[in-house]
Design a protein around this ligand. Structure first.
Ligand SMILES: [Zn+2]
Ligand SMILES: [Zn+2]
Ligand SMILES: [Zn+2]
Length: 360
């Protein structure tokens, strides 16, 4: 049996990309602070004793000594938590998006993560969204790198829906003109990018180098980090769809932003949750009432209400691993203080927030 060790989790939220923090990661203390005056929050726990919080902070919530050592570690940063189209969404005149238009602090980027390997000065992106321009800037603010270095050391793509890869446009001649930036993707996704414009121009001009992944195969990113893709059922018009199991030091994080209903998958999601220390899971829609006039069976996702009733049977330690992400503009969890958020928190699960950081 795999030996689990303590995972260190760190959370921060930024005033520039604010939002009400609604869910604590496993065993953490949480602070919300203006940009540059971060209230840090540390926690330490193991997956077997997830409710233990063994670390204390000073009265200001800061702990400089830990900050120094934590910098040497691996960090996951949530660069966006919205569905592909972001929040607000183009063309939406409903209350949901009016709110975000009148209050810029409520806006959210499309779902993306960064993994920062502080010890080796490397930064990897998971998903390259239409909000890439702002998300790269956000990453630069949170985890800057030395000038002269490549901004990114690799990009991992789950599938060919617009919110997950369209940001690659920023790597071309018109913008960054990157130099053989590794883009890790599955075989169909690789073939799609290689044979369709404008993406194949990035390949031809060697601005990106497509690196083929295989389901179940471990890709090492150094001694302390590795990535394993796993196939999931989704609307696979142009590519397969994968989630990623990411090993970070002795911990494991699951990133699964897009999947059809849980029941469509032969793998019980609970078995994957059991394998990991933290799971970022598809929370696109809260329930089936969000898109009046549209056939939601054409865009299947596990409703959060369905996930809650499934996961509430799990022990609390398992539930605490779960962080929903990839929220459609209609999803009430995007709005602070919503009843939807309350329901999630009551069951000891979480909402992944933009700007949230986890250290391992
Ligand atoms: Zn998506
Ligand atoms: Zn809307
Ligand atoms: Zn999708």
């Amino acid at each position: 049996m795999r030996v689990r060790v303590l995972c260190v989790v760190f959370t921060i939220l930024l005033g520039d990309f604010p939002g009400t923090f609604l869910g604590n990661p496993i065993g953490t203390r949480v602070g919300i602070s203006p940009f540059g005056q971060a209230t840090t929050a540390y926690g330490q726990t193991s997956s077997k004793a997830a409710d233990e919080d063994t670390v204390s902070t000073d009265t200001a919530g800061n702990e400089p000594a830990r900050e120094d050592s934590a910098k040497k570690q691996l960090e996951v940063i949530v660069l966006g938590n919205a569905q592909d189209a972001g929040y607000p969404q183009a063309g939406c005149d409903r209350e949901c998006c009016k709110l975000a238009r009148s209050n810029p602090s409520a806006r959210r980027f499309a779902t993306s993560l960064a993994i920062v390997d502080h010890a080796n000065s490397k930064r990897y992106l998971f998903e390259c969204t239409p909000d890439f321009r702002e998300q790269l800037y956000l990453l630069d603010q949170l985890a800057p790198i030395d000038s002269g270095r490549a901004k990114l050391d690799g990009i991992f793509l789950t599938h060919a829906h617009i919110g997950h890869y369209a940001g690659l446009i920023h790597l071309g001649r018109e913008v960054m003109s990157t130099d053989r930036l590794p883009v890790f993707c599955m075989p169909r996704m690789k073939a799609f990018l290689s044979s369709n414009g404008p993406w194949n121009q990035l390949v031809d001009l060697e601005q990106i180098q497509l690196k083929k992944l295989a389901a179940g195969q471990i890709l090492s990113l150094g001694t302390s980090c590795s990535v394993v893709p796993f196939l999931v059922p989704h609307r696979d018009e142009y590519s397969e769809t994968v989630g990623f199991e990411i090993a970070l030091n002795e911990c494991t994080m699951m990133f699964l932003p897009d999947i059809d209903k849980w029941e469509k998958w032969e793998v019980p999601i609970e078995s994957l949750i059991a394998r990991c220390d933290m799971a970022l899971l598809d929370g696109t829609f809260f329930d089936g009432s969000e898109l009046p006039g549209r056939d939601m069976s054409q865009i299947p996702h596990p409703f959060i209400t369905e996930s809650l009733s499934r996961f509430k049977k799990l022990p609390v330690g398992e539930r605490r691993k779960i962080h929903f992400i990839h929220f459609n503009h209609t999803n009430p969890v995007l709005r602070a203080e919503s009843d939807a958020n309350r329901q999630i928190l009551e069951l000891q699960m979480h909402v992944a927030e933009q700007g949230q950081r986890f250290r391992f």
